[in-house]
Design a protein around this ligand. Structure first.
Ligand code: GDP
Ligand code: MG
Length: 789
């Protein structure tokens, strides 16, 4: 019987895993191996994917993939899977002793969600993002701490389930370990999910690095009523184990002290231990190892045993690495032969047998040290998932959540916004009265204060939005959202996991594009990158807020919501087109962990908000300030002595640019000032509002008038062309303008991110197709408006 045929809450015993290559590798690494029990938890609302429980944690698989796993159905099987624990002392290639220096380079390695970033933040006092789903850390971050006279340099690496070559993160982590050669690797292990977390540990044990385990989430292990003899476990693994609670900082000083001990070679429990793979595999490893040692001079620190095992696992990265050191074709042939012979002897892929053996080693070690099985999660109605991924309630709850998020952003944000607005105009008046009339006066009041002030008022909205996003990340709801969305995402050619970068896009598209690294294949990554800019980022929010409060009196939240929805609809259409054309091809497996729900700590949420606020203010202080001044200068010179303010503007450089592009934006109902705002928005979307603040100054000499920018926009009339004298903004033009802002050229930073994550071609493509699409959509909206009126 196949796993996909089991019904809800049925259990099965895995007898075989079909399929080959990457899929099989991934699924076995996640714990789907012969002899394990699986329980069906529930189906996603659209029946696909399905949530399973294996090794005490939850994971989702698509039905088509579950079909590849063969099971015997039945009640909880009790199988003794643990093969004899084969622990031997390693003789030859142990890690070299500490060099006695005063700096220790430490790398944090561990499964996604094991608490690496929390540990990193606590140890170093920094404010990296944490989140309760995989893929929050996307690049290595470094910080230093002083401890016991040493400077400990800590690198926070992305989360991985293994160090094979399945995802870019895994490769990245492996390269970091092999190339950067950290003095000590701190393996962060989630104590509430030991069996699967230790899989990575078994791989680290083979990599000839000094490892120390931070047994994190120790509080959860205790709460579940389990008892772990971690000292004994540490002795079995040859790795010192220190329990920690990273969010509270418990155990971190201990961890650092032990790190120093291990570095200095003082720690007795740190010793090389070798996992035995059984006679058959060991013979092949030995043969290969001898061949490698004979034919190649490896740099110190890279273990030939490790490489031999990797070659047997069919690991391309290992072959590439070896090639760098003179891996000849004859050696390659030997490797192929050994592998082929082994496969025949075992009757299965050597990679699978090796994974099985590692899990066997872990099961054996845990059998002797862990008592009181893994804590069960809440069941039935008390389980949040009963509601949040419910087949009927799942989607409405999610939509409601989104709606509340946007409504709150708008309504609760409007109060502090008024205060800041009042503050800005006070400062403007004050500065205006102190500085004598002249260019400097105009630069400060009309350029700097009007430009930066126009943007800073949106800080509260942005904080609220980030608050909600961080809430979703920290609780674990984000992963559920990918779970319920997978079927839909799959239909447009994407993966449930793509939904997370897309959601992050609502905050800022730059991290969203970087977060596509968690996607396991190139096609998914590029497609997600291309459509993620349609997720309206927080920088565009100021434009919407301005336009909506000026032109839409009723149902403001709903109008805002509709813009966001429009972005999503467009993303779907574009994805479908891409799927049919450029990316017609095959899928990758959907294996995703569903972490337990966690109550976010106030500390981490506020930290998250503060971090984003800081970034926003930083952007304001740099790019927006510079752009405001440039735009002001372009609109100030050449200086005309006579005429009203708006006549002077029209004659300025920027007025000329605006008029130059006017024919292009006229069919959209935009005037030249809007055209200019769009041009300046190429740098960053926040600048659109500050440009408008500078351009729509009104004709009075007092540059900051009482009604604010919205009132000035409402009064604005066309100053030239066919429509001269008519109001610029009809609701249709206003709406079309918001859509244009939503769709066109994301911003310089995003384009740079796309180029970095894929290539120049995709970056250019994304620049042009978005702008063309924006024009088309705004054109349709405006023409519809003309027809109706
Ligand atoms: P990373 O993916 O390994 O970087 O993990 P994070 O640092 O982002 O943490 C994942 C989640 O686990 C966050 O929601 C943390 O607040 C939470 N967390 C981290 N360490 C602990 C811990 O020791 N105990 C508990 N209960 N939760 C933790
Ligand atoms: Mg992290």
């Amino acid at each position: 019987m196949r796993l996909s045929e089991l019904s809800n809450s049925q259990t099965g015993l895995i007898t075989r895993v079909h399929g080959r290559g990457a899929f099989r590798r991934r699924i076995t690494e996640m714990g789907f191996i012969k002899g394990k029990n699986v329980e069906v938890i529930r189906n996603a609302p659209l029946q696909d994917p399905v949530e399973y429980r294996i090794m005490g944690y939850h994971v989702s698989l698509r039905r088509s993939e579950a079909y590849l796993v063969e099971v015997i159905p039945g009640e909880e099987y009790r199988v003794e899977t643990a093969p004899p624990l084969t622990v031997q002392e390693e003789g030859d290639d142990g890690p070299a002793a500490g060099n006695g220096g005063r700096i220790i380079n430490v790398a944090l390695v561990g499964n996604p969600n094991s608490g690496k970033t929390s540990l990193f933040n606590h140890a170093s006092g920094s404010h990296e993002r944490t989140g309760n789903y995989s893929g929050v850390t996307i690049a290595a971050r470094e910080a230093s701490v002083r401890h016991n006279g040493y400077t400990i340099k800590i690198v926070d690496l992305p989360g991985t389930y293994s160090v094979s070559e399945y995802t870019p993160e895994e490769l990245f982590v492996r390269t970091q370990i092999l190339d950067q050669k950290p003095d000590v690797v701190i393996n962060v292990v989630d104590a509430s999910n030991l069996e699967r977390n230790l899989y990575l540990t078994t791989q680290l044990m083979e990599m000839n690095v000094r490892v120390i385990i931070a047994l994190n989430m120790y509080d959860e292990l205790v709460r579940a009523g389990s008892v772990l003899d971690y000292t004994l476990l540490g002795r079995m693994l040859g790795i010192p184990i220190i329990p920690t609670v990273a969010v509270k900082g418990t155990g971190i000083p201990d961890l650092l002290s032990r790190t120093v001990d291990v570095f200095e070679g003082r720690d007795k429990s740190a010793r090389p231990v070798r996992i035995g793979y059984g006679q058959t595999i060991e013979d092949s490893v030995q043969t290969l190892r001898n061949e490698i040692v004979r034919g190649i001079v490896l740099p110190s620190g890279i273990s030939p045993r490790y490489l031999s095992i990797k070659l047997l696992e069919n690991d391309k990265g290992a072959a590439d690495l070896l090639r760098g050191y003179g891996y000849s074709t004859s050696l390659q042939e030997v490797a192929e032969r050994v592998k082929g012979r082994l496969e025949k002897q075992l009757g299965e892929e050597p990679g699978t047998a090796i994974t099985d053996a590692r899990y066997g080693f872990i099961a054996g070690a845990l059998a002797e040290t862990l008592t009181g099985g893994p804590g069960h999660r809440a069941k039935g109605r008390r389980d949040p998932d009963f509601w949040l991924t419910h087949k009927i309630w799942g989607f409405p709850v999610f939509l409601l959540f989104l709606f509340i998020m946007f409504q709150t952003t708008f309504v609760a944000g409007s109060y502090p916004m008024e205060w800041i607005e009042a503050g800005v105009s006070r400062i403007s008046l004050l500065a205006g009265s102190i500085i004598p009339a002249g260019s400097l006066h105009d630069l400060v009041v009309d350029g700097i204060i009007a430009g930066v002030g126009g943007v800073i008022v949106f800080l509260p909205n942005i904080l609220i939005l980030f608050f909600f996003i961080s809430l979703m990340e920290d609780t674990g709801y984000m992963a559920r959202v990918s779970f319920i969305m997978d079927k839909l995402m799959h239909r447009i050619g994407l993966h449930g996991k793509s939904f997370i970068p897309l959601l992050m896009g609502f905050g800022c598209n730059v991290p969203a594009i970087m977060a596509t690294r968690t996607l396991e294949n190139h096609k998914d990554r590029v497609m997600t990158m291309l459509i993620s800019p349609f997720m309206s980022c927080s920088a565009r929010l100021p434009v919407y807020v301005l336009i909506i409060s000026a032109f839409f009196e009723k149902r403001q939240g709903l109008v805002l919501f509709s813009i966001y929805i429009a972005g999503i609809v467009l993303a779907v259409i574009v994805a479908l087109l891409l799927k049919k054309t450029v990316f017609a091809g095959k899928d990758v497996p959907f294996v995703m962990e569903l972490p337990p729900y966690r109550i976010p700590s106030m500390r981490s949420t506020t930290k998250h908000m503060w971090f984003n606020a800081k970034q926003y203010l930083h952007k304001m202080g740099s790019i927006i300030l510079v752009a405001s001044v440039i735009i002001w200068a372009l609109s100030y010179y050449p200086r005309m002595e006579q005429g009203t303010a708006s006549e002077r503007l029209e004659n300025s450089y920027i007025g000329r640019v605006g008029h130059f592009i006017e024919p292009v934006v006229q069919p959209l109902g935009f005037d030249w000032k809007l055209g200019v705002s769009l041009v300046t928005g190429l740098a960053a979307k926040e600048i659109v509002v500050s440009t408008m603040g500078v351009l729509y100054q009104g004709d009075d000499t007092d540059s900051v008038d009482e009604g604010g920018l919205s009132a000035r926009l409402r009064g604005e009339e066309h100053t030239s062309g066919r429509l001269q004298g008519e109001k610029v903004f009809t609701p249709f033009v206003a709406y079309g303008f918001m859509l244009f802002i939503l769709i066109y050229f994301p911003c310089v930073a995003v384009i740079a991110a796309i180029r970095k994550e894929s290539n120049v071609r995709w970056a250019l493509f994304s620049m042009f197709y978005t702008t063309a699409l924006a024009w088309l959509v705004a054109f349709i909206v405006n023409q519809t408006g003309n027809l109706i009126n």
